[in-house]
Design a protein around this ligand. Structure first.
Ligand code: GLN
Length: 313
């Protein structure tokens, strides 16, 4: 959300020109985005104010979206038939965080901009929602905490986890994943128990990191901001293995054919993970809009096209 929009909305709210109608839901978020202080009061008293201003906010935003001729940003249908638009979509711009170090889902393209399956997917979603998508490339470990401040949402081959769900909501899952183990050719590591006591490279703050750090006995875990740096250290003999998601593992190991192999995590008893888009907690209008767009993209064949272009290639 752009700053000036927030200021404008704050001004509109302050003058009290608009009257509230219907039941709000995005109240707290909207008020926060408009630069107002919100207090975490249990439901009653202050809650009503926040809710009212939130609803006004959403209405004003819908008007401005219409006025600027942008396509309808799908929102939640309220009881009186009006659509509730997420404050995040209302300015026509969606700032999306990613970590472009995770091919084929995200990488830096030839033009220096983030590219990959996730980037194409979120741009397709943005198109469905009638908003412009702006990518923000940052460290993976910083993504969740940046939602709601530096970025609106994040797409980064991010696995749905209970821990992350404490801070963000997740869209419907869009891709199944599994941790793989990249090994030097001829390594004797073949089972989960073999990982005990080994020096394991991971990408900081990822599910591979959590397996190595929390589940493997006595491992020395080396955390890298870029998976590729871990892989380079593996090639240089500084690590015994790298635990990283399947598709990047295949891409990275493929660059060192004859030296590295990427081994299916099922052999190590790793569980299937689901990638989803992380969105601000409690923004049900945005959640529904993103899920609706995702569904359309699956149904109209766009999703399969992207899989062919980016993943099966
Ligand atoms: N899927 C892993 C996770 O969510 C890794 C994601 C990534 O490195 N981009 O933790």
């Amino acid at each position: 959300m752009k700053k000036f929009t927030a200021l404008l909305l704050a001004a509109v709210l302050a003058t009290g020109l608009l009257t509230a109608c219907g039941n709000g839901g995005a109240g707290e978020n909207a008020a926060e985005n408009a630069g107002q202080e919100t207090t975490d009061t249990p439901d009653a008293a202050a809650g009503e104010d926040a809710q009212d201003s939130g609803e006004e906010n959403a209405d004003a935003q819908e008007d401005s979206a219409e006025a600027s001729g942008s396509e309808d940003a799908d929102g939640v249908d309220t009881q009186d038939g009006t659509e509730e638009v997420s404050p995040v979509l209302a300015d026509g711009k969606l700032t999306v965080g990613t970590n472009a170090e995770f091919p084929p889902f995200e990488f830096v393209g030839d033009d220096g901009e983030p590219d990959g399956f996730d980037v194409a997917l979120i741009k397709a979603i943005g198109e469905k929602l009638g908003v412009e998508v702006e990518m923000e490339n940052m460290e993976f470990d910083a993504l969740v905490a940046s939602i709601g401040s530096k970025i609106d949402i994040a797409i980064a081959g991010m696995t749905v986890s209970d821990e992350r769900k404490k801070s963000v909501d997740f869209s419907d899952p869009y891709y199944d994943a599994l941790q793989y183990v990249i090994l030097p050719e001829g390594s004797e590591i073949a089972t989960f128990d073999d990982l005990a006591g080994k020096t394991i490279g991971v990408q900081l703050g990822t599910t591979g990191d959590f397996i190595a750090s929390d589940d493997v006995d006595g491992a020395t875990v080396k955390q890298y901001n870029k998976g590729v740096d871990a892989v380079n250290d593996l090639v240089n003999g500084r690590l015994d293995c790298v635990i990283i998601d399947k598709n990047p593992a295949l891409v990275f190991a493929g660059k060192f054919e004859g030296q590295l192999t990427a081994v299916d995590g099922a052999q190590f008893g790793f569980e299937v993970e689901n990638y989803a888009i992380a969105i601000p907690k409690g923004d049900s209008a945005l959640l529904n809009a993103v899920n609706g767009a995702l569904k359309e993209i699956r149904e109209d064949g766009t999703f399969d096209e992207l899989v062919k272009t980016y993943i099966e290639n």
